[in-house]
Write a protein that binds this ligand. Structure first.
Ligand code: COA
Length: 378
């Protein structure tokens, strides 16, 4: 085996078929079950998109009613999960909280050892419905605030915001959040989804696969980038009194310095999209609305300035995390909560892949080229 036979990082390797989403880097497009993600973001709710990912078709009105009613019955924070979160150290990373909660919910699920397609769909729906309570409670616990009970008169995103902040969110904010949830929901064989498929391929259960996926998503080269973007903004300094132009002017020097130190600037670049992330324009439009809503032009200054500086220096485009980070910040989420929000959304895509993998399974087990010691004796 030569070095050229080794596909480090599996770059460029096609490992299976999928009917869930199509990422086309050449045409800069992303389809969920055939629908462009931009169209879904403009016309559908996150609940409809979740249904689409799991069932292959958008729901009819009566199907949507049954589906959302089911979701609403699973929104409460399980007392056992609350007790375990409370037992974790105060500084526990929220992704570890999500991972632990997923594990507990799996162990406690009435269908824990059933991995039939019906059981998996039920488990997927239950976990998706339960995750906002986990993310919301974790942020509230950090702030010394009590649990907020879910409201069944609100949709998924509005209820997520309600449980986090204890205030009824305004429609523009709900919409921007919903768009982010739709855009984060699915993205073919990325690292966390592939992790979920690898775990599933051993005939392990859905919660184990999602637990593994959460671990993969935590890393800053994947989902953790949305948090890291905010750290960049913080490092440059968010000055609320600044104009857009003043804020932008301070970004160039920061970028030059970061690149001179050969740093990877989080929120830029993508393994698949080399001419721009197809989801960014839609999310940037949502961010623009939030900047106007909250009256924070300096955030736009930092955003535009860094984007321009990166373009001039390396012609690398921003990815979805670059636009979601500041959006969640404006909404009032702790930076630590950004990747857990991504979890709540991506549970839909992960579990769709888990069900697809299980339906046509083959154990995922690649080969390696040994480069250790020659055979020797003790
Ligand atoms: N900042 C600075 N340089 C970057 C960069 C970034 N964010 N992303 C890529 N590059 C540069 C690399 O340094 C490399 O330059 P070189 O050829 O001069 O060494 C070149 O672009 C290719 O990068 P590489 O890391 O090989 O690309 P990849 O396809 O393996 O990596 C990512 C893709 C996403 C891992 C990478 O772009 C990255 O680390 N981005 C930041 C993390 C992030 O935002 N992740 C979320 C992804 S949705």
């Amino acid at each position: 085996m030569t070095d050229t036979d080794i596909k480090k990082g599996l770059a460029g390797v096609v490992v299976d078929h999928t009917a869930i989403s199509k990422v086309n880097a050449e045409t800069n497009s992303l389809l969920y079950r055939g629908y462009p993600v931009q169209e879904l973001a403009a016309n559908c709710s996150f609940e409809e998109v979740a249904y689409l990912l799991w069932n292959g078709e958008l729901p009819a009105q009566d199907q949507l009613v049954v589906f959302t009613d089911t979701e609403k019955t699973c929104r409460e924070l399980d007392p056992a999960v609350k007790a375990i979160i409370d037992a974790l150290p105060a500084g526990t990373h929220p992704m570890d909280v999500c991972r632990t909660a997923t594990s507990v919910l799996g162990a406690r699920h009435q269908l824990a050892e059933d991995s039939s397609s019906e059981a998996n769909l039920k488990k997927a729906t239950d976990l998706w419905a339960a995750m906002p309570a986990v993310v919301a409670y974790d942020q509230r616990r950090r702030r010394g605030q009590a649990v907020v009970e879910p409201r069944d008169d609100l949709g998924y995103s509005a209820n997520f915001l309600w449980m986090t902040f204890g205030e009824e969110p305004v429609e523009d904010v709900v919409q921007a959040f919903d768009v982010s949830m739709i855009l984060y929901a699915e993205h073919s064989f990325n690292a966390s989804t592939f992790t979920a498929r690898v775990v599933t391929s051993t005939l392990s259960d859905l919660h184990s696969a999602v637990t593994g996926a959460i671990g993969a998503l935590k890393g800053p080269l994947h989902g953790g980038a949305n948090e890291a973007v905010m750290h960049t903004f913080d490092e440059i300094g968010i000055r609320q009194e600044e104009s857009l132009e003043e804020a932008a002017a301070r970004t160039k020097a920061w970028m030059e310095d970061a690149l001179a130190q050969k740093k990877k600037v989080m929120g830029f670049g993508h393994r698949v999209y080399k001419h721009g992330d197809s989801r960014v324009p839609t999310m940037k439009a949502a961010l623009d609305k939030m900047i106007a809503h909250y009256g924070r032009p300096e955030i736009l200054g930092l955003y535009n300035g860094l984007e321009r500086a990166m373009d001039e220096a390396k012609a690398i485009n921003p990815n979805l995390d670059y636009a979601t980070g500041p959006t969640y910040h404006l909404m009032g989420f702790d930076t630590l909560a950004f990747t857990p929000i991504f979890v709540a959304s991506r549970i839909t895509g992960w579990t769709a892949h888990i069900m697809e993998q299980a339906a046509a399974n083959s154990l995922i087990r690649p080969l390696s080229a040994y480069n250790g010691q020659e055979q020797r004796s003790i």
